[in-house]
Every structure is written in C-alpha cells, then in structure tokens.
Design a protein around this ligand. Sequence first.
Ligand code: IMP
Length: 202
Amino acid sequence: MARRLPPGARLVIATHNPGKLREISDLLAPLGVDCVSAGALGLAEPEETAADFVGNARLKALAAARAAGLPSLADDSGFSVAALGGAPGVVSARWAGPDKDFSVAMARVQAEIGASADRRAWFTAALCLAWPDGETATFLGRVEGTAIWPPRGTRGFGYDPIFVPLGGSQTYGEMEPAQKHATSHRARAFAQLLVACGGAGT
Ligand code: IMP
C-alpha cells in the first residue's frame, strides 16, 4: 500500500516541460493535490541513466523529492518493438534526433524491423512517486499492439502514427484523442496511482 497523498498536499512534478505539467496535473485532479513543476522550483534535471522505464522514473522522482523536501512524481515512457528486442524503449525520444523529428524515428523502426513478420509492439508508461526520506511507489501501464507501415494519422505525437493497439483498427495517430487518453499506457499507470494513493473512492 503506497503512502497516501492527502488533498491539498504539495507535489513536485519532476519535469521541466510545461505541457507535461499540465497533462499530469489534469490526470491527478481527482486527488486534489497542489502540483508544482521541478522547472518552476529551479531544480536540476538528472541524467536518465537507468536501463528501464521504472529506473528512470525512480531516479527523476527521488532527485526532485530530495532537492525540494516534498513528495515528487516522475514519469518515463516509450515505444518498444518485439523484433528489435524492445528498442527504441528508454531511448524512444533520442531516436528522433536533435530536431525531434519523429518521421525519422518511425522510418528507423520500419527499416530495422526489415523483413521480419513479427510486428508486435507496445507502449509503456512508468510512474514513480517518491518522498524525501527515500520511500518510493512505482506504477506501470502497458498497451500491446502492432507496428504498422506506412504511418497513418496526424493526431497525437511521437510514434502514434505507426501503432495500432490490439483489438483496434485505427492508429493512435488516427484515434480521437479522448479515446487514446482513456485507454493509453499512461492512463493505465495513472489509474493504478489514483487507487493506491487516493484511498477509497478515487
Ligand atoms: P519521455 O517519457 O518524456 O522521456 O518521452 C518518451 C518518448 O516516448 C516520447 O518522446 C515519445 O517518443 C515516446 N512516447 C511515449 N508515449 C507516447 C505516446 O503515447 N505516443 C507516442 N509516442 C510516445
């Protein structure tokens, strides 16, 4: 059972990205916590040196919690392809290069899959809630699907146009944003966090 976050508690969101702060604050709305970003507090961003999503979320959350003396939440997410041994995985953002061009990253996925018939792919989102005394709670959400080619759809971001979740026919790039947000890897991880940290009724 994770330590609870009572309504009104100040929570540091371990990000310097204002878009991510907004999205995470919205997802945490049922808890009634007071979110502030690591960027707004002037905290340094640690290097994401862990080998997996949970490890990176944990190191970001612990660094912010210790520096601020407040509980902190960090996320780490990415796209994985079975035929590539789980790559790009924790380096999903880096495959887009310095220009953050995801058409380059998606083309690399397709080129590396090559002639393989195995098109299984998945998105993962890890969340870590950390307290200044070093206690942590982690939550993992995953959505399985298929890597398709060519890319389809102009909604979403990152690898969305080449991912069709199992049981569906549209890519995340074609899907209504509300539908993606209700069923995504991120939604699954946040649902677990709300149950574990919000107590009954959330
Ligand atoms: P980070 O979690 O901010 O380190 O970013 C992870 C990277 O994974 C993003 O830049 C995207 O490339 C990819 N990614 C994570 N979630 C999604 C998603 O829902 N759709 C598309 N790409 C995603």
